[in-house]
Design a protein around this ligand. Structure first.
Ligand code: NAD
Length: 350
């Protein structure tokens, strides 16, 4: 393997252009190819891209000299120069390109959700498990600095057992922001339940293990075909802890994006609220730990940096996330969907 990983990015929307910038500044990768169905984006005009976090100036012309451009993603996958395929297309296309890239013997980083449903997740992870190359899924909140600090503190046992935890993710409406408004089409995106709330479902699984059952409440109808636009779930672990998560994308366009949590443990509370991260101890001490670094300020940076390091050092990328956990989080989401539909608690089939 050459010193830098040669990367091909498929999909130049909010996520693909975010990954592009991270690769460009990483020092561990070189972008050799990009693919998109939009010719303007392939020509360096990214002015139509809209996202919820970050301050990239999309109005400027992007210089793509030396980078191969493809309107058909399969041609990028078949390019022998590409070592790693970075998949940032709408969710319903993940399975098609992830499986093709793995079969073509490429390393694959596929944005979250791994696929549109559990069946996609099974097919992709089975292919990944057969491959000698590496695969990971962009469940970036596992890598997000405050969440990492909280995970390490909680799992160290220093704060004792968890009593209750609430995770929250609320986005302003993204209606009209994306390619063919695909987020608003449940068949393509899975609605806010899969697209947004999956992050917190996955965190619940990551922090506390496998819940036995879920009881979810959901709101449909932001647009007639947009699916579950807002969800609140209680995760039952068969004990007396209270673990909840809420997610939705029905807030007004100008509402700031919110990701927050509070984990109440026997000896202290860990809280991220309005971008302020604190550990509040039972004895009255309040810590405000510094999280993240200048080089790796977000979970996206940590996730991509880690995956590139794994390729360079020939080390399986399973420190943060396994293929089994990718399937489990999708199984929990599908149980939440059924719980909303049938208005009852649903036992999760892993
Ligand atoms: N990890 C995160 O925090 C995060 C945040 C936002 C989105 N995402 C995920 O990233 C993925 C992309 O979302 P987005 O917000 O960038 O969407 P987007 O609509 O902004 O971008 C999608 C891009 O894919 C292109 N495209 C569509 N069909 C294509 C095809 N067949 N071949 C090549 N290009 C094609 C579109 O032209 C567009 O440029 C989704 O799976 C989404 O859930 C993850």
């Amino acid at each position: 393997m050459s010193k830098k990983v040669k990367v091909g990015i498929i999909g130049l929307g909010f996520m693909g252009t975010t990954h592009f910038q991270i690769h460009q500044n990483s020092g561990k990768s070189e972008i050799v190819a990009i693919a998109d169905v939009n010719e303007e984006k392939l020509a360096g005009d990214w002015s139509s891209v809209v996202g919820n976090i970050g301050d990239f100036d999309y109005s400027k012309q992007i210089h793509l000299e030396g980078i191969k451009t493809y309107s058909n993603a399969m041609d990028l996958i078949n390019n022998p120069d590409v070592d790693m395929v970075d998949i940032c297309v709408p969710t319903f296309l993940h399975g098609k390109y992830a499986i093709a890239a793995l079969k073509e013997n490429k390393h694959v980083l596929c944005e979250k959700p791994i696929g549109r449903n559990l069946n996609d997740a099974m097919l992709i992870t089975e292919e990944a498990e057969k491959s000698s190359k590496f695969f990971s899924n962009g469940l970036c909140v596992r890598y997000w600095p405050e969440y990492r600090h909280a995970f390490e503190l909680y799992t160290s046992g220093k704060l004792g057992k968890v009593k209750s935890a609430v995770f929250k993710r609320v986005s302003p409406s993204i209606h009209g922001n994306a390619w063919e408004d695909w987020f608003m089409k449940e068949k393509l995106s899975g609605g806010a339940l899969l697209d947004l709330h999956l992050h917190d479902t996955d965190l619940v699984r990551y922090f506390f293990g496998k819940p036995v059952s879920v009881t979810s409440f959901g709101m449909r109808g932001f647009r007639s075909d947009s699916g579950i636009d807002h969800v609140i779930t209680n995760y039952d672990f068969g004990d007396d802890t209270l673990i909840m998560a809420e997610g939705g994308w029905d807030a007004a366009k100008s509402t700031p994006f919110e990701m927050s949590f509070q984990i109440v443990c026997e000896k202290g509370t860990i809280r991220l609220s309005e971008q302020s991260y604190k550990v509040i101890h039972e004895d009255g001490r309040i810590e405000e730990p510094k999280t993240g670094t200048e080089e790796l300020p977000t979970g996206w940076h940590v996730e991509i940096d880690y995956f590139l390091s794994c390729i360079i050092n020939n080390m399986k990328p399973d420190k943060y996330l396994s293929t089994e956990e990718m399937r489990e989080s999708m199984a929990i989401i599908e149980a939440e969907e059924l719980s909303i539909k049938e208005k009852r608690s649903v036992k999760i089939k892993y």
